[in-house]
Every structure is written in structure tokens, then in C-alpha cells.
Design a protein around this ligand. Sequence first.
Ligand SMILES: NC(=O)c1ccc[n+]([C@@H]2O[C@H](COP(=O)([O-])OP(=O)(O)OC[C@H]3O[C@@H](n4cnc5c(N)ncnc54)[C@H](OP(=O)(O)O)[C@@H]3O)[C@@H](O)[C@H]2O)c1
Length: 237
Amino acid sequence: MPEPSADPRADSGGICIIGASGALGFGLALRLGLAGTPVTIGSRAAERGEETAHRAKELVPSGSFQGYDNVTAVGTSEVVVLSVPYRNQSETLGILRHALRPGQLVIDATVPLAAAVGGRATRMLGVWQGSAAQQTGEMVPKGVGVVSALHTVSASALTDLAQGLEEDVLLCGDERAEKQRAAQVIERIAGLRCIDCGRLEMARITESLTALLISVNARHKTHAGIKLTRVPDEQWE
Ligand SMILES: NC(=O)c1ccc[n+]([C@@H]2O[C@H](COP(=O)([O-])OP(=O)(O)OC[C@H]3O[C@@H](n4cnc5c(N)ncnc54)[C@H](OP(=O)(O)O)[C@@H]3O)[C@@H](O)[C@H]2O)c1
């Protein structure tokens, strides 16, 4: 068994990833750890969080990884990535609601795929708020920022550390400063460029691109990403 993680009350100055025992969150944890960012892994079960941190450390020995239960993990970082299946999004946020505090930023990667209710992964569910990210926006406490991101980044590509990433990350959010803050974190991963795609309501489009890429991947046996052309590189100055 891995050693228990260190004092969770100290702000690691890094990133918390809720759901990092899963595909996307684990890939993000590895890449951010490789980039020198301390990563806190949140799980519904503290032991799974610790095991995941241990697994990440084995793959990226230079990285700093700690694992906790979700509520404890959220307390360690100013920036929290939400990477759970859509069917568990509101349940997870309901639990985290009291742990999140004003000034924190949630980067929401949730995609409301029809697969969440037994439908096809190439179809989307209708979300009353407009998108999963807008649902998150409704559920977080006042003063917590929400930026929608990462829907077109493949978990497999992230996790395969031998693979170079050369792609864009589409960001939606109502505050430019919050998108800038999210970009500062995500762009620590070599090869990812963040593009400001507008307000949070645009997330209904960016989330649905996952369904498109799943369809592309099935046909071409790949893990496709997205790259926009003729967009200036200097997005965040
Ligand atoms: N996979 C991709 O390539 C990709 C790309 C872009 C966006 N996304 C989106 O990102 C989110 C995460 O995707 P994923 O593929 O990483 O998902 P996943 O592997 O199925 O699950 C991620 C984590 O969610 C947590 N979770 C919370 N409640 C759960 C429940 N009731 N049942 C199962 N797991 C639960 C689990 O962590 P604990 O058990 O440790 O709590 C699990 O490891 C999804 O909304 C997905 O659509 C995925």
C-alpha cells in the first residue's frame, strides 16, 4: 500500500483534479506532474486517491502527487479540474459545494454524452442549462469561477507520455481573467494551446465536439484532437 499523503491543509500551489483515477483526469495528472505542477488527486475514496497518486508517481517520478478524498482534495488548491462522468457531475458538485470557496476556479471537462443514460457516445444529451459547464456554474457557490475546457483532448493521448501533443484546447467562460487563469495552468502541458471561444454558453458547442471526435476516432482508429487555423498564438497578453 502507498504511504498516506502529507498534510492536506497546506495549499500545494498546484492543481486539484477530481476524478483523476479515471481516464482523462489521470492523463492530465501525469502531464501536469511532468510539467512540475504539484497535483492533488481527489477521489470518492481516499484510498483510491492515494493509490492513484502512487501510480502517477511511478510513471512520473519527478512529479509531486498527493491523493485524498474529494472534499479534502478541493481544499488544497485554488484551481480544481472536474473530470467525472456527466451522470455523476451534479452528485459530485453537491458534495463539493460546501468545500469550494470564493476565489477558486473550477475547470469543467464534463461532457453530457448520451452514453451516460445508455445511449450512443456519438450523441449528446439535452441539458436544461444549455451545457454541463453551465450546470456547474449554477451549482458552485457564489464567487467560484467556472471555465469549460479540455473536451477535445484525448485521455489516451495525454496518458501516452511518449506521444507529442500538438493541439488546441477550447475555453469558454464568462470572465476573461478566469479563462486566462485556466490557460496558465493548461498551457503548462507541452503542446497544448488554449483558445478563448467566448462565454460559458458556448460550451454547448465545445462539449458536443467530443461526440464528433468519438465518431472520427471510430472511423480512423485514432485519438484525434483539434487545431484551429489562423488564430494568433498570443491569446492571453
Ligand atoms: N476520456 C476522454 O478522453 C475524455 C476527453 C474529454 C472529456 N472527457 C469527459 O471528462 C469526464 C471524465 O471522463 P473519463 O473518461 O476520465 O471518465 P471515467 O474514467 O469514467 O471517470 C472518471 C472518474 O470519475 C469518478 N466518479 C465519480 N462518480 C462516479 C461514479 N458514480 N461512477 C464512476 N466514476 C465516478 C471516478 O473517480 P473516483 O472513483 O476516484 O471517485 C472515475 O475514476 C467525462 O465527463 C468525459 O465525458 C473525457
